[in-house]
Design a protein around this ligand. Structure first.
Ligand code: M6R
Length: 570
């Protein structure tokens, strides 16, 4: 029966969803719900439908005015099956189709006009089979253009096994997919000509291959990620960095006096390291702010202020909103983004792509390292327009090209890191400390551990311990101390002594095992590098440590509970 629509819903992991594989058909929609309105339950899982079970809707986003619309629909006699905001969409379409005899497309457009909030929608109807209507406002939505087939998704990674040709929908646009073609129009039905982007990612990049988890695979891809971030961008003999994406704005970029870096989570921590790099190498004043805070605060700026967004997905709602706000104020906006053609990549005035390939694990690992490499290159690029000398630049760039080899050496520590994780994974709390370039790494190490292994962890600058956190220290508190031999090494050693004398168990991430070895209960030896490049090496053992703790706790590090890979709602 071509007009039958089968509905499958479940809660928990996607693997729990048992699809009837005997179904015949050639169109369908699906969605993993991120609970915003109503508990995690089967009735609240998508798709949602109207009273007659004709119209089916999946939705990513939040409909802010759903309560009043729901009340109105209930007054008209509509019966609701869930507590979600999404369900009103199916009932609105039903209402307009029955009362006003509209087609699915007309009723959908009328519905979109009533919605306030954010949405990426896919809608099908039993009465008009072989048609998917999609619409977007703020939440990401893209079409995959295959050979005799079309797809719709929130993220390009989902589509690369099927097609490399992507069309991004703009806000307040809707699209109609049929077996023959697709078209895109504004909500007022004015046709929109769309550009097709080509995604260069390979299917092998997004498969787990021999690895049990993407997280491990992606950490092990780091040497390659660094090479991809550097490729074609440096002229070593001249100490010069080139970014194709920034060329058209060269004059404006030369005039930048201060940069505000915005990002969330791991991308924000990359930004914190970016501050150290940009200030040290290019003498530009830098402020770093979580996008969710930045977008609502009054900040001081002038014509020479640039706002730099860092985002792997290019879809993080808060970072996108921060960039929109900066643009509204007339500021130059720049981006460091991994996903080609993503919303942030399209929104900024100029940008730099990571070329890190797809990152599937929710925990950001290889792309964080790529962000650090790009920030180093950007600092040299801007520095060479200012005071950084050719020789200083050459020294850093040369060492940057050596890092893939050094990381491969560091991977010899994997068995040691696994052993350390086995010894400590049952501790409920951890502290991470670092100084200077490794202070944000302490924050990132703690985030990684919390995120994948659900162990409570906090990161601190070593110098801050005596201002409060030291009170937490006793023999039940392991501390991971990031202490490569650099200009703050002796300060770090003093901090570690303070911890040791209060009973803490210390795990060191160190470059020098001869001195002070007795201070560490366990240590991970990493290769030495220039201080500006240290974070690229010091973070890897912390990523691996978090990974192994999750594995020993029998958790799936790729899909931590309550988290999504790209956070497209505020
Ligand atoms: O895609 P984005 O880089 O904008 O994502 C930002 C954060 O949501 C992300 O880095 C998050 O903190 C990671 N899951 C951390 O591993």
């Amino acid at each position: 029966n071509l007009r039958k629509i089968n509905v499958f819903k479940t809660i928990g992991a996607i693997d729990n969803l048992k699809l009837n594989t005997n179904i015949e058909g050639n169109f369908g929609i699906g969605h993993t719900r991120w609970a915003t309105h109503g508990k995690v339950s089967v009735p609240n899982a998508h798709p949602h439908f109207d009273c007659q079970k004709n119209i089916f809707v999946v939705h990513n986003g939040i409909i802010e005015n759903y309560a009043e619309i729901k009340k109105w629909l209930q007054m008209l006699g509509h019966k609701f099956h869930s507590e979600t905001d999404t369900e009103i969409i199916a009932h609105l379409i039903e209402e307009f189709q029955t009362k006003e005899k509209l087609t699915l497309e007309e009723a959908a457009r009328k519905t979109f006009k009533l919605l306030s909030g954010t949405y990426a929608l896919a809608i099908i109807s039993r009465k008009e089979p072989f048609k998917i209507i999609v619409a977007k406002n703020s939440s990401p939505l893209l079409l995959g253009i295959g050979k005799d087939e079309f797809f719709v998704a929130s993220d390009a990674t989902a589509l690369i096994s099927y097609t490399k040709n992507i069309v991004y929908l703009g806000d307040k646009e809707f699209g109609i997919l049929t077996p023959e073609n697709y078209r895109v129009a504004t909500i007022d039905a004015v046709p929109v000509a769309k550009t097709e982007y080509k995604i260069n990612w390979q299917v092998k990049d997004s498969s787990k291959r021999k690895f049990k988890h993407y997280m491990l695979k992606e950490i092990l891809e780091t040497p390659n990620t660094i090479e991809n971030a550097i490729r074609g961008r440096i002229v070593l003999k001249d100490g010069i960095v080139k970014f194709g994406g920034l060329e058209q704005l060269n004059k404006k970029i030369k005039n930048i006096r201060n940069i505000i870096v915005v990002g969330c989570g791991t991308a924000y921590y990359a930004g914190l390291i970016g501050k150290y790099l940009l200030e040290e190498l290019s003498d530009i004043e830098v402020e770093v702010e979580q996008s969710s805070e930045f977008r609502y605060r009054k900040f001081v700026y002038d014509k020479k202020t640039a706002v730099l967004a860092i985002s792997q997905s290019g879809e993080t709602a808060d970072t996108l909103a921060a960039i929109k706000e900066a643009k509204r104020k007339g500021l130059l906006t720049l981006g460091i983004v991994n996903v080609v053609g993503s919303s942030i990549a399209r929104e900024v005035n100029a940008g730099i792509y990571n070329h890190a390939g797809p990152e599937i694990s929710v925990a950001s690992t290889k792309n964080f390292i790529s962000q650090l490499v790009i920030l180093t290159l950007l600092s040299i690029f801007l520095g060479r327009q200012r005071k950084l000398t050719r020789n200083q630049a050459i020294e850093i760039l040369k060492e940057l090209t050596n890092l893939p080899k050094k990381i491969n050496l560091l991977f010899n520590q994997i068995i040691n890191i696994k052993k350390i994780a086995k010894k400590y994974y049952q501790y409920p709390n951890f502290i991470f400390i670092g100084r200077k370039y490794n202070y944000p790494i302490a924050l990132e190490g703690a985030l990684k551990l919390k995120e994948v292994s659900y162990i409570h962890a906090e990161g601190f600058g070593g110098g801050e311990l005596k201002h409060g956190p030291l009170a937490l220290i006793d023999e039940k508190m392991p501390v991971i101390a990031i202490a490569p031999k650099n200009d703050v090494y002796s300060k770090m050693i003093s901090n570690i002594e303070e911890l040791k004398s209060r009973g803490a168990k210390i795990i060191g991430v160190i470059t020098d095992k001869t001195s002070y070895q007795k201070l560490f209960n366990d240590f991970i030896l990493i290769p030495k590098t220039l201080p500006v490049l240290e974070p690229i090496l010091t973070v890897i053992p912390l990523q691996l440590f978090a990974y192994f703790c999750a594995v020993f706790k029998k958790l799936n590090p790729d899909k931590p509970r309550n988290l999504a890979k790209s956070v497209t709602v505020e």
